[in-house]
Design a protein around this ligand. Sequence first.
Ligand code: CP
Ligand code: NVA
Length: 306
Amino acid sequence: MSDSAIRHFLDLDTFEPSLLRAMVEDGKTMKLDPTGGDKPLVGKTLAMIFEKPSTRTRVSFEVGMKQLGGDVVVLNGGDLQFGHGETIADTARVLSRYVDCIMMRTYEVEKIQEMSQYATVPVINGLTDSTHPCQLLADVMAYEEHRGPIAGKIVAWSGDGNNMAASWIHASVKFGFELRIACPAELAPDPAILDWARKAGGKVTLLHDAEAAVTDADCVVTDTWVSMGDDDTNRHNMLAPFRVDETLMAKSKSDAVFMHCLPAHRGEEMTDAVIDGPQSIVWDEAENRLHSQKAILAWCMGAREF
Ligand code: CP
Ligand code: NVA
């Protein structure tokens, strides 16, 4: 059964802000020295389980492990016995005998919770239908590299109230910035997360007007209209008013940045002019997945004490 001493990285809401801050800072250090100082993960192996496609997560975790001296095993969900009747609990018990850490990208959050409950090694959330916590460390790092501390800033989300929106809500509370979410009423984030943010003293507002959300924002964020596993019925019609184009971007502060976790669907959630424009920091954001995840890996496997 689960051992609270195991350093899982499941969701930002359960972490002390100081620990998340330390990981972002260590990501900045990793960027300066890709070996992490002395290749602290020599002899360690990460298993990566993908039940959904990936480019950034797949490559950044593999390259990150190798730069820190470790190795990886990549497993497609459909190829594993757990896609064919073996339980996640038994898979967790077995993988824990071979590897030092498990990263999992899956659909239902319950699957990763079960994996972490039965694994005797750390489990990292590489995205579920509900959240994408690894991405947020990279995002905070990218914002701060360009504009300094994110605390006290205004971040505007315009689009689907999806897994990324949920992790931005978590990050808003933990890193102390204001978050305005503009989305269609039908695609609002889980009320439980909004309630958690309110109770935690966060400054998170739910709106249904993109212009109101981005006005005077320091950062404008969006994401795909159809996340992996979503049914796309009517989403394009509902989300069209939330597209980030140059006119919407112009309502934000003149030095606002544009962010997107990628993959982007050009012409849908944002125009080419915005993603390719001078305010876009999406490529640095993608690069920082590598650096910030190395901080997560080093902490999970005990190579860092924050
Ligand atoms: N942003 C992100 O997680 O990208 P991938 O789906 O390519 O891993
Ligand atoms: N919301 C997107 C994020 C992809 C990294 C999805 O879940 O497909």
